[in-house]
Design a protein. Structure first.
Length: 538
């Protein structure tokens, strides 16, 4: 007899899922045992279910195959929901599994029982319950939903006690993900006409462009028509910072200098632009928007002009745009380069030992194809503009969901997905406090990850926002205080302390040659953030 649990494990393996991240429960042990018995798939124990969600999110981003995560009833499910919501708004395919009360008890009062279907409905693309006769069918449909444009999370409740039941004799076909179809010819013709009529168009590319794999076409487009390109934070790497037409990142450090470019535009050309990172209205001038995307534009039509909404496969749309003859424009490319260099120069270190120094040292130590993950906070705004990113997938952040605690679990998942690559993580002490338990996970898995802990004992981004409103800056943002003492290790992961350039360089060399995980605690002056972040977009 093939049990539901064995059918479940085998189907996940057939889908291509390599890991299931989570915290086990008594009801789920049948499924964990089935995973143990199935070659090619493993269960990875984490310290917090939110971490399991973040790890599954990153697995989905890096492989294109949905990541998988698990949690138990009630509090396990609510913890997991943080990572599940992240996958929805950061556009990563993910399958979330939770224990659920059996059918006959769902409407009864019992321990840990909440309505998981209601909990996950607003933070997933689809939520359902597993039945013994439709294990493979349900999982195949979940994959199709999770990977179809726009990708995101799916939740499947697993009724308690179902694991050892006999599975149905199923032979369903794998369902192909729904991809964007080419835009209609009249749309493409309108797009070409609108673009040709602009004198100072600016291209702004987002995470949908990353997902579509159109980097060569995007580069060809900006080079053929000699137009500046701006990226959203999660699209970093689509165009390298040293490209002569690269103008910067929206909404991160010194975004006001980037704004000196886009505020001159007479046409905003959004390519794969996803407003989940930043709404158009938060930065665009009052000029027409040409939206080239896989889904309809989200724009305040009462106050802004939509020139064209070109919905379809991005590669087809860009190929159509490239078919027209070069159009002369009025951009001063020398001024563009001067602005960019001015911005990058201002991102150089000024304090004796601040976050800019830490980032430059890490960039020099991390190979070009290495992966860096970062948390939410002031350092993220700095990284978004400053960190040289040679290609997509080299910098992992959350910006659609923007949850603190993302960096550490995402680094663990990145190393599991790409064991041959060097992986580093930059996290503030606020995010570190949330996920320090995952040091035990990194140590148990013996993963060579370099964790850079930026210690300033403050929630610096909030402190800066308080200061801008002339509030008392230290209230509610101080993390530890005068009695803080640095640890020598966390769960066996050694801590190397850096207080200046010399000790930091030595720590980096030791950490990157270590066989396992290492934390470098960099005691930085957070005042450097004040002159760089939250400068507005215009």
């Amino acid at each position: 007899m093939k049990t539901v649990a064995l059918q479940f494990a085998q189907t996940l393996k057939d889908i291509g899922i390599r890991y299931v991240f989570g915290v086990p429960s008594g009801s789920m042990i049948d499924f964990i045992e089935a995973i143990r018995q199935t070659a090619g798939i493993d269960f990875v124990l984490v310290s917090n279910e939110a971490s399991a969600g973040f790890m599954a999110d990153v697995y989905g981003r890096l492989t294109g195959i949905p990541g998988a995560c698990f949690a138990t009833f009630g509090p396990g499910a609510t913890n997991l929901s943080t990572g599940v919501g992240g996958a929805l708004l950061d556009r990563s395919p993910l399958l979330a599994f939770t224990d659920e009360i059996p059918d006959q008890m769902r409407n009864r009062t019992c321990q840990m029982n909440i309505d998981h279907q209601a909990l996950f409905k607003p933070i997933t693309k689809w939520t359902t319950r597993l039945t013994a006769d439709k294990v493979r069918e349900t999982l195949y449909k979940a994959v199709q939903v999770a990977t179809s444009e726009v990708p995101g999370s799916v939740h499947i409740g697993i009724p308690s006690g179902i694991g050892m039941k006999e599975a149905g004799d199923e032979k369903p076909d794998i369902m192909a993900a729904e991809k964007a179809k080419p835009a209609a010819q009249d749309m493409l013709e309108a797009m070409r006409k609108i673009f040709s009529g602009a004198h100072k168009p600016v291209v702004v590319a987002g995470i949908t462009a990353v997902r579509a794999g159109i980097q060569p076409l995007l580069t060809a487009l900006i080079e053929k028509f000699e137009v500046p390109v701006i990226l959203t934070p999660m699209a970093k790497g689509l165009v390298p910072e040293n490209h002569r037409l690269y103008a910067g990142i929206l909404n991160h450090a010194l975004a006001n200098i980037v704004g000196q470019t886009h505020q001159q535009a007479d046409l905003i050309v959004g390519i794969g632009y996803d407003p989940v990172e930043i709404n158009y209205e938060d930065w665009i001038p009052h000029v027409p928007v040409l939206n080239i995307n896989t889904v309809p534009v989200d724009l305040d039509a009462d106050n802004y002009t939509l020139a064209g909404d070109i919905i379809g496969d991005l590669a087809t749309s860009l190929e159509s745009l490239l078919s027209i003859s070069p159009v002369q424009n009025k951009w001063d490319l020398n001024a563009l380069e001067t602005r960019k260099q001015k911005m990058l120069n201002r991102l150089r270190p000024t304090s004796a030992f601040g976050p800019c120094t830490v980032l430059e040292g890490l960039r020099a130590a991390l190979p070009e194809d290495g992966i860096m993950t970062c948390d939410v906070g002031a350092h993220l705004h700095l990284i978004g503009q400053k960190w040289p990113t040679p290609g997509t997938g080299c910098l992992l952040m959350t910006n659609g969901w923007s949850s603190m605690g993302f960096a550490i679990p995402s680094a663990i998942a990145a190393k599991l997905c790409c064991p041959e690559k060097k992986v580093a993580c930059v996290v503030g002490d606020g995010g570190f406090l949330m996920m320090v338990g995952e040091m035990a996970t990194a140590m148990r898995l013996d993963l060579n990850i370099v964790f850079i802990l930026l210690t300033d004992q403050k929630l610096s981004l909030i402190r800066i926002k308080q200061n801008q409103k002339q509030y008392q800056c230290e209230y509610g943002t101080t993390l530890s205080g005068d009695r803080y003492q640095s640890a020598d290790n966390f769960f066996g992961v050694p801590v190397l302390k850096a207080t200046d350039q010399k000790t930091y360089d030595k720590a980096l060399e030791e950490a990157f040659t270590s066989p396992g995980p290492t934390i470098i605690e960099a005691f930085v002056d957070s005042e450097e953030y004040d002159r760089l972040v939250l400068k507005g977009n215009k």
